[in-house]
Design a protein around this ligand. Structure first.
Ligand SMILES: [Zn+2]
Length: 187
């Protein structure tokens, strides 16, 4: 009897997933990992959509990101009223402008970040040359960089020259980079 009952209980759970007349519109279980969709009305609460997958909501005023699972009007309302109380009730156009400003700020930051990553690469390249030529590590700071800056001032412009000055080439930095490169080569 018991065995019969167990088998009967198992049946609907195991094989018949599709034919089972499950309710199509299941109630959203908030604790589940269901992916929430960004709704355009969220911008009226100061939140735009991130480009991530799954999409998250990001405050256009301070940049705070709400995880997908927390993308609910109740959280957005609370954020707006506690962190930006002076902007409660502002029209959606206001947040649209803020969103545009925020996006262009992010673009600027990304540009700066990519320049500094180039500076880092340049720093490694210079260190490698110094090591290869067996020159004292101070040569980068005393001669190479000043020479690069002078040359680009003459041949290009002061903007380029200023950008070159962001390349880290101090004595200690060059030593560290060479150790880094050497440990890579030994492996
Ligand atoms: Zn905010």
């Amino acid at each position: 009897m018991d065995r019969f009952l167990i088998r009967n209980n198992k049946k609907p759970n195991d094989g018949t997933q599709n034919s089972e007349p499950a309710p199509k519109k299941k109630k959203y279980d908030e604790s589940s990992v269901k992916v929430r969709r960004y709704l355009s009305e969220y911008l009226g609460l100061g939140f735009s959509a991130t480009k991530s997958d799954p999409v998250n909501a990001q405050c256009v005023l301070c940049g705070q990101v709400l995880a997908n699972s927390s993308m609910k009007t109740v959280h957005m309302n609370r954020h707006l009223s506690t962190v930006h109380p002076s902007h409660v009730g502002k029209p959606i156009e206001f947040f649209k402008r803020k969103q545009e400003a925020f996006a262009s700020n992010c673009l600027e930051i990304a540009k700066v970040a990519s320049v500094s990553s180039k500076a880092l690469r340049a720093s490694y390249a210079v260190s490698y040359l110094v090591a290869k030529q067996k020159k004292p590590h101070t040569i980068a700071e005393c001669l190479i960089l000043p020479a690069l800056v002078k040359v680009s001032e003459i041949m290009f412009d002061t903007k380029t020259a200023t950008a070159l000055q962001s390349i880290p080439v101090s004595n200690n930095t060059i030593s560290r980079r060479i150790e880094d490169i050497a440990s890579d080569i030994v492996m």
